[in-house]
Design a protein around this ligand. Structure first.
Ligand SMILES: Nc1nc2c(ncn2[C@@H]2O[C@H](COP(=O)(O)OP(=O)(O)OP(=O)(O)O)[C@@H](O)[C@H]2O)c(=O)[nH]1
Ligand SMILES: [Mg+2]
Length: 541
């Protein structure tokens, strides 16, 4: 495919939109998202040697797990954007964290994509977090492709896995290829689109592309090459080609059918066929809802929204990057855009292409692209930017916090850094900060979606802001913003197992030990509103 670039014609916009693919890789923790991401980069020629999730000293680290804590623990903590070009297609790939404590970040990222790759561990099948993320995709009808990973290890039977996808997720599963051999005997794939067999070979440390040999099927020498795997393969192919469900593009685009691929991201087996099929099947950017009706990507009006903020990605710059997903129109460096929340026009001075923690200034971008904007405090998650008249794109979901803890700085001489770190991490949505209204020393209380976020706050405050801290857990499970008649509020005697705090804007927030206690208070004070922060923000708009 080749797409010559002609400046300032509307055809150019159409062509650029048509060649964009923007997707997220999602799954339960540890299924292999980051490893697959790295191998897609390897096959696309975007990196020359694949890095490892937990890099040993002689190895490179994975591009998408760039944060120190991610490398130390071998898990993804925050989603990463990687833009690259492959066979004329401009790919925007977002690797997401699987752990539920970081799922707010994953959910926001899913708002920014046009399709998703669901990775399953062949031994585990559909796991709880995969199911939750699938539900989010379904809500937005995001098309999903499935990669069944870790075929180099003993796993469940492929038929069993297909059945689980269909029964648990209610989605038709259509295999595009089929594994040959299992566990350590996994040697290749039968291509169900064309009658051929693909054999792969391992490479040293799995850092290079695995050499692939293609044989026609049936082939006289295959019985010999395949050995014990030949008999079962023949039977399975007969079953699949006879009764198996057929691919239907419309149902795939509606999120009702998923094409299924098998492979091993670790050994690189099956990555290449998956990448090529993905680029053919995945849809280009489509229209998005807005307060002015559907925004067509090829429309003249530029629009986009901020779905993520990340501070200190680049240790040299130590700045904050806002991730902007472009929805419609052409984006140009230095263009003036309208910032809906601030109700003013701003200039897009420093747009970047993002590749993990690496960045590069760009002159232009198109719908589907994720652009990094250096953020001097101008943007928050959910902001809409557009040219021409004001408009708002769909809101980004917020999760209610369920874990609370008092945060103490261990070094009182570093108050300024401490406050800066807290402000920036809150802006990223890592946690919210609440304060005790009664104390002279306003000790911050962290409110987070999951326990692991406390570790992230502690580690990032130390590595990125040079402040050592300690968190003391508090026994609360829910937070509600309360409002109503000031006299009634002042007269409330809050029961034990609650704590009265305020947020940055001095709004009253009550922490509750349990749902039951919240239900009791709601009933006891019917004139008072008990709201989630998201609901408060909506009322204030
Ligand atoms: N044997 C085998 N191991 C794999 C394969 N793919 C990934 N792994 C290993 O599985 C572990 C988890 O891989 P990751 O790629 O970090 O998984 P992830 O889904 O990104 O995990 P989170 O981002 O933390 O949710 C690592 O130790 C990988 O080396 C595979 O195909 N085969
Ligand atoms: Mg990961």
């Amino acid at each position: 495919m080749s797409f010559p670039i002609e400046r300032s014609s509307s055809d150019e916009l159409g062509r650029e939109v048509a060649r964009r693919r923007t997707f997220a890789i999602i799954s339960h923790p540890d299924a292999g998202k980051t490893t697959l991401t790295e191998k897609l980069l390897l096959y696309a020629g975007a990196v020359h040697l694949a890095g490892a999730v937990q890099a040993r000293s002689h190895q490179r680290a994975a591009k998408s797990d760039w944060m120190e804590l991610e490398q130390a623990r071998g898990i993804s903590i925050t989603s990463t954007a990687l833009q690259f070009e492959y066979q004329g297609v401009r790919v925007n790939l977002l690797d997401t964290p699987g752990h539920q404590d970081f799922s707010e970040d994953t959910y926001r990222t899913l708002m920014a994509v046009d399709s998703a790759v669901m990775v399953l561990d062949s031994a585990k099948g559909i796991e709880p977090q995969t199911k939750k993320l699938f539900a989010v995709c379904r809500k937005r009808n995001i098309p999903i492709m499935t990669f069944i990973n870790k075929m180099d290890l003993p796993g469940r039977h492929p038929f069993d896995l297909l059945e689980e996808i269909e029964q648990t997720l209610g989605m038709t599963a259509v295999p595009f290829n089929w594994p040959i051999g299992e566990g350590s005997g996994f040697q290749g794939l039968y291509d169900l689109q064309e009658p051929q067999v693909l054999f792969f070979q391992r490479t040293l440390h799995n850092q290079h592309r695995a050499p692939m040999r293609v044989e026609t099927f049936p082939h006289p020498s295959l019985a010999e090459t395949l050995g014990e795997a030949y008999g079962p393969l023949q039977e399975e192919i007969a079953l699949l080609t006879g009764a198996g469900a057929k691919f239907d593009r419309d149902r795939f685009l509606a999120g009702q059918l998923t094409p299924v691929f098998f492979g091993s991201a670790l050994t690189n087996f099956g990555v290449e066929p998956f990448l090529s099929a993905f680029l053919q099947l995945a849809p280009p950017p489509g229209p998005r809802r807005s307060s002015q009706g559907p925004m067509q990507p090829t429309g003249d009006k530029f629009s986009g929204f901020v779905f993520k903020i990340q501070a200190n990605m680049d240790p040299q710059h130590r700045d904050r990057m806002a991730f902007l997903r472009i929805v419609s129109g052409r984006f140009e460096k230095d263009m003036m855009v309208y910032h809906s929340r601030l109700d003013r026009r701003i200039r897009m001075t420093r747009p970047h292409r993002l590749f993990g923690r690496d960045r590069e200034t760009i002159e232009e971008a198109y719908p589907g692209d994720v652009v990094g904007l250096v953020n001097p405090g101008l943007f928050i998650i959910g902001d809409t930017l557009c040219s021409g008249s004001p408009l708002a794109l769909d809101a980004i979901p917020q999760f209610p916090p369920e874990c609370f803890g008092v945060l103490r700085s261990q070094d009182l001489t570093k108050q300024k850094q401490f406050q800066k770190g807290l402000l920036q991490l809150e802006e990223e949505g890592v946690m919210q900060i609440l304060y005790s209204p009664d104390h002279v020393r306003r000790e911050p209380v962290l409110a987070a979606v999951g326990e692991l976020q406390f570790d992230v706050v502690g580690s990032r405050l130390e590595t990125e802001y040079g402040v050592k801290t300690l968190v003391e857990r508090m026994p609360f499970a829910l937070a509600r913003w309360v409002s109503g008649d000031p006299d009634v509020l002042a007269g409330i005697y809050w029961p034990q197992d609650t704590r009265r705090l305020v947020d940055r804007d001095s709004r009253v927030v009550i922490l509750f030990g349990s749902e039951r206690l919240l239900a009791y208070c709601t009933k006891e004070y019917p004139s008072i509103k008990f709201q989630l922060r998201e609901e408060v923000a909506q009322t204030e708009q």
